[in-house]
Write a new protein. Structure first.
Length: 197
């Protein structure tokens, strides 16, 4: 800050105080004013006008804020991509394990059909097959709910978009979870049925 600006600032403060009708200033107020003025002088280079320094400080602060917002946005975008990729993997896994188990069980049923012990194993294996097929259906329905979730978060449903997005997301998660549970229970039943053969 230039020395002439310091003097002008002091004169301006005295003039504005006089205009308000103040006849005396306390030492404490004068010390507080001097401290603020010293702080302004310390922040401003000696040969630069205070206004120019303030503008440069504002530009630096604005640039730092824009940079931090950009980093925050990029972080959120990467997290969204990772979440979508993980969700797709979970859906594909649910479809694959249940569909593969159903096909394998059908092939197994065909091979034991002529066996003498088939009558004992068939009820459990048939129920296991039904659970595997239900798991495939559950995963397929969960894939449909992911569409509604994305459409909701993309503001496709007007004022109800956010709630539709949240409900769709939780129904998709529950559908995938149900598919895994159905696979586990179906596998347990198939194992129990195979013990009877």
């Amino acid at each position: 800050m230039k020395s002439t600006e310091v003097i002008d600032t002091l004169r301006g403060a005295i003039a504005s105080t006089k205009e308000t009708g103040v006849k005396q200033v306390s030492i404490a107020d004068l010390e507080a004013f001097a401290a603020r003025l010293a702080e302004t002088v310390a922040r401003t280079p000696p040969d630069v006008a205070a206004g120019e320094a303030a503008i440069e400080a504002y530009r630096a602060d604005l640039s730092a804020w824009v940079s931090s917002r950009q980093q925050y946005h990029e972080h959120n975008l990467e997290m969204l991509r990772a979440t979508i990729t993980t969700g797709q993997s979970a859906l594909k896994s649910a479809l694959l394990i249940n569909g593969g188990a159903a096909v394998a069980l059908l092939a197994f049923i065909g091979s034991i059909w002529t066996s003498n012990n088939a009558a004992k194993a068939l009820p459990e294996i048939s129920l296991a097959l039904l659970l595997y097929v239900s798991g495939v259906l559950s995963a397929a329905i969960a894939a449909g709910f992911t569409y509604f979730s994305q459409a909701g978060f993309g503001h496709e449903f007007g004022k109800n978009s956010r709630p539709v997005g949240h409900v769709g997301r939780w129904l998709a998660v529950l559908g995938v979870f149900a598919s895994y549970v159905l696979f586990g229970y179906g596998s347990w039943l198939a194992f129990a049925g195979l013990g009877g053969c």
